[in-house]
Design a protein around this ligand. Structure first.
Ligand code: LMR
Length: 412
């Protein structure tokens, strides 16, 4: 037996990531009327994902004016972190109980925050809603947190199973972490009401649970201020908070990976401890974050004209999403709730075998769980999409377990 060429023999085979596989499958489909409602990127009415005008202008200014590309440090771009903090919190400064750290996308922020909690409280658990973004579980378990789940989406009503969520969280222990989507829930588009945010704040304080907010779609739901309402309430009322922020969607800078981790601690001393540890973790993971995307966002937010242009374009994107939602909701009563959900996603009541069927028959590409990217729809493809999915949608009570059963037909 040869001992050479065996270096990787101990590795487990891996399933390709479902969403990434779907991108490739859709790209390879030659049908001109295929509909891509898979991966979560904003698309305009013409189907493309353009670079935002303010981003183009800021990039040009940056290329012309950047004097050095020398290292910035593990913290990354401090101006970027401070200006994004203003977007999230509405406050000018961090104060002595908060800090921000630039990260590669929201994913980098989730990972540093997860490792921080795993260091702070060995054996710590994190609670994730069902369903949640599929990458949450591997990020948190990979960082050493024990993952627990609570109900989140009620497929029967198309809303949040809030009572069931609170009831499951009665098992949460002091020091457990609770992952909350700040707005525009991925994959369902459902959002907490203000009353529900207040109840979550009370729960965190009563049980000593640490909220970890994932805010990846600010501005794509109801507006920049409105989409931060729940996050601001939690920051104002709960002492220890983690917040992962992504600019990848609201600046349409997906591949530049632009994000930040914000940490709020109960005291300045605790904040300093958390900051030193977060910087050590970031240094170990990527040493220093990539600069370009954060420098562009910092340039836009620091310039009143660029900022106004960015806000205008973002408002147009949000309005288009809402227009598509309303058109889809009007197509059939079983789709009516789509108009009340927000952001890029809704989750259709459709079984996995029907998802595969509409991929074959109509070239409609969505993940197996029935999540659709609303921005993939437009005037030209909406009827084709509705014609493809409608016969497979499951109404009412039967929707609650549609992921595990064959779909039933409903009348069009
Ligand atoms: C999505 O949910 O489609 C995006 O956040 C892309 C990803 O990385 O999963």
């Amino acid at each position: 037996m040869t001992l050479r060429n065996q270096a990787f023999a101990g590795l487990e085979p891996q399933q390709p990531d479902g969403l990434l596989a779907l991108i490739a499958q859709c790209r390879a489909d030659p049908r001109p009327d295929k509909v891509d409602v898979g991966v979560g990127v904003y698309r305009g009415e013409a189907g493309g994902t353009p670079v935002m005008r303010a981003v183009k202008a800021a990039e040009a200014a940056l290329v012309a004016g950047q004097a050095s590309k020398s290292y910035l440090g593990a913290e990354g771009d401090e101006r970027f972190a401070r200006l994004v903090w203003q977007l999230v919190s509405g406050e000018e400064r961090f104060g002595e109980r908060r800090f921000g750290l630039q990260t590669p996308g929201g994913t980098g922020a989730l990972r540093v925050g997860a490792e921080l909690m795993a260091c702070a409280r060995p054996g710590a658990r994190i609670w994730l809603g069902e369903p949640t973004w599929p990458n949450h579980e591997p990020i948190f378990s990979g960082a050493g947190l024990e993952v627990r789940t609570h109900p989140y989406f009620d497929a029967t009503t198309g809303g949040i199973a809030f009572d069931a969520m609170i009831s499951a969280l009665s098992d949460a222990r002091q020091g457990d972490v609770l992952l909350l989507h700040g707005c525009c829930h991925n994959p369902t588009g459902t959002q907490f009401s203000r009353e529900q945010w207040r109840a979550l704040s009370a729960l965190c304080n009563e049980r000593g649970v640490v909220p970890f907010i994932d805010l990846a779609y600010q501005g794509l739901g109801d507006g920049m201020e409105e989409d931060a309402w729940g996050t601001r309430l939690i920051l104002d009322t709960v002492p220890d908070v983690l917040l992962a922020y992504s600019c990848d969607k609201n600046f349409a800078m997906y591949r530049d990976r632009v994000g930040a981790l914000f940490v709020q601690a109960g005291s300045a001393a605790m904040l300093n401890l958390a900051k030193a540890n977060a910087l050590t973790i970031a240094r170990r993971l990527w040493s220093m974050p990539p600069d370009h995307g954060a420098a562009v966002v910092g340039t836009i937010l620091d310039d009143p004209d660029l900022r106004a242009a960015w806000q205008d374009e973002l408002t147009g994107m949000r309005q288009r999403l809402q227009t598509v939602r309303e058109k889809l909701a009007a197509a059939h009563p079983v789709l009516a709730l789509v108009a009340q959900q927000r952001g890029l996603f809704s989750r259709l009541p459709i079984a996995p075998d029907a998802v595969a069927a509409v991929r074959r028959t109509h070239g409609i590409y969505m993940p197996d769980d029935g999540r659709i990217n609303i921005a993939g729809l437009n005037q030209a493809n909406l009827d084709h999409f509705v014609e493809g999915v409608l016969p497979h949608l499951i109404a009412g009570r039967d929707a609650s377990n549609c992921n595990s059963r064959r779909s039933q037909e409903i009348p069009a």
